[in-house]
Design a protein around this ligand. Structure first.
Ligand SMILES: NC(=O)C1=CN([C@@H]2O[C@H](COP(=O)(O)OP(=O)(O)OC[C@H]3O[C@@H](n4cnc5c(N)ncnc54)[C@H](OP(=O)(O)O)[C@@H]3O)[C@@H](O)[C@H]2O)C=CC1
Ligand SMILES: O=C(O)C(=O)Cc1c[nH]c2ccccc12
Length: 293
């Protein structure tokens, strides 16, 4: 990294010219990119806004989090998960793997650097990446800030009249805080399903809002992970057919999950929607399977 100083609006700006790409974000993707570059002998610099790697995993996940896919589908390039890790590593195992990955490739992100702007200087053909105190320059910019980094709570009419706490899943840790309480879980993706299961396990009483059609698939079929079956079949068949096949098998093993509805919702058909099966998006769901097993 070379440094120089220039004036902008009368203020000095600290400029650092980076050899190799600037990577924004020290999550799994940012680390993987840095490792791949290193393997090719290309240096890089990671700017990370928090004070640790994989901050989403370390700071904004619930306690019971585990990978839903077998570890061979989730490992980063050039370094496998340790042999002694289970098929579905826990969040702590995943974080320790991330840490050893960064160590293995000697990746040292610069922490507490919030990237505020990134502009391409067309004349000099390099990126000017601004943080609070520095401007980093490089010919290449890689944004690896994640698709789930920002939490979002939708506007809910009348929510101000609700007396209890309203929280986003990124701050949910465990159902132990909700023992014997009635909790409404909004959203039926992997997070909503996992939180609902966790609440059940801690003797809370969750209800889920399902606004759309949902596909419910067991984590494993015929002793293989559903994901690996899907990946194999996709080599030969179109997605539509693979989807149909997986749903058919799920229907045999789980029964008709479209029937699952609370008695309250039965009495008020307009308040909650039934699960339909038209949606073509497949979701891995452990809630039902865990309840059954
Ligand atoms: N162990 C694991 O591997 C886990 C992985 N994940 C992954 O993390 C990513 C994020 O998952 P997740 O947090 O579940 O988010 P998702 O985007 O997957 O799911 C959000 C859900 O919320 C619903 N929703 C959104 N807004 C509203 C609203 N206003 N009213 C009612 N419902 C609403 C959506 O419904 P609609 O479909 O109608 O938009 C959708 O069902 C995914 O890739 C997931 O697979 C998450 C948890 C665990
Ligand atoms: O990554 C997710 O969100 C999953 O739920 C895993 C997943 C994605 N596509 C699939 C197809 C079949 C089984 C699991 C998955």
């Amino acid at each position: 990294m070379d440094s120089s100083c220039k004036e902008e609006n009368g203020n000095p700006v600290n400029c650092l010219f980076v050899h190799g790409p600037i990577i924004v974000g020290a999550g799994p993707s940012g680390l993987a990119v840095a490792a791949c570059l290193k393997e090719k002998g290309v240096p890089s610099l990671i700017l990370e806004r928090s004070e640790c790697i994989a901050s989403l995993w370390q700071q904004r996940t619930y306690d019971r989090l585990k990978l839903h896919l077998p570890k061979q589908f989730c490992q980063l390039p050039f370094l496998s998960f340790p042999e002694n890790f289970p098929k579905y590593p826990t969040k702590h195992q995943f974080i320790s793997y991330m840490e050893s990955y960064a160590r293995h490739f000697s990746i040292e992100p610069i922490f507490k650097k919030v990237v505020e702007t990134a502009e391409l200087d067309h004349v000099r053909q390099f990126w000017r990446v601004r943080t609070q105190d520095f401007e980093y320059c490089s010919r290449w910019l890689i944004v690896a800030t994640g698709e789930n980094a920002e939490s979002f709570i939708p506007e809910i009419q009348g929510i101000e009249r609700f007396q209890g706490p309203v929280i986003h899943t990124s701050v949910y840790k465990s159902g132990s805080e909700f023992k014997y309480q009635r909790v409404l879980v909004v959203g039926c993706g992997n997070s909503g399903m996992e939180v609902s299961l966790d609440l059940c396990r801690h003797n809370a009483i969750p209800h889920m809002v399902v606004r759309n059609s949902v596909h419910i698939l067991p984590r494993e079929m015929f002793g293989f992970s559903t994901f690996s079956i899907a990946m194999e079949l996709l080599k030969w068949l179109p997605l539509r057919l693979v989807d149909k096949f997986l749903l058919l098998v799920a229907n045999f093993t789980l029964g008709n999950t479209g029937q699952i509805r609370s008695p309250e919702a039965e009495n008020r058909p307009n308040r909650a929607q039934k699960c339909h099966r038209k949606d073509s998006r497949a979701r891995c769901w452990s809630f039902i399977t865990n309840q059954i097993r």
